[in-house]
Design a protein around this ligand. Sequence first.
Ligand code: DX5
Ligand code: ZN
Length: 228
Amino acid sequence: MSRTSQPYRIAPSILSADFARLGDEVRAVITAGADLIHFDVMDNHYVPNLTIGPMVCAALKPHVGSTPIDVHLMVKPVDAIIPEFARAGASFISFHPEASEHIDRTIALIRECGCRPGLVFNPATPLAYLDHTLETLDLVLLMSVNPGFGGQKFIESVLPKITEVRRRIDACGKPILLEVDGGIKGDNIARVAAAGADTFVAGSAIYGAKDYAGAIGAMRAALSGVRA
Ligand code: DX5
Ligand code: ZN
């Protein structure tokens, strides 16, 4: 499978970290080899769970160094919180199209705030939302679980969807990241990469392991066998 973007990236989701020690937990996965810090924002409205907001992002910013913060917004409405996350140090800000009344406007707002926009697709959300947006994005995030909780099982039907998005990104020719989120482990990451993904969110598989570097290293070892 051809790929217009750079090498594989691993993005630990702090949803599965020890929330009482978040700064330490973020530094630990960066030391262990994380490429991005995935920051799951849930509002108990768009998704049935409530997590962390811009104040926590700002508090973690001094702990991440140059590692980008990858904010995944599961909130509705979404626009008002975007400048807050930009001020808090987010690099990528992704949102679900169902959570925005004006998708193009929300993408432009993220860009105007100095961040890199991403659009997120739930397992049953159609890719038609990419028809008029792809060239304006820096990231497409495909959910391989229904959003709201860590530790769920990978939904296999996302694999052909990954391949279709890879085809669209390659046709577009821009270095847009193709990230997959939910249920990714050392034993399925190679299949996700072979389908066309280049960026992998993993929460429970990394923070649930005793040895973070070991978990990330096992993922990289699995990826090294994938033919790009
Ligand atoms: C789910 C979140 C995911 C989650 C992934 O709504 O968006 O980022 O933390 O966790 P695992 O890797 O445990 O499925
Ligand atoms: Zn996420």
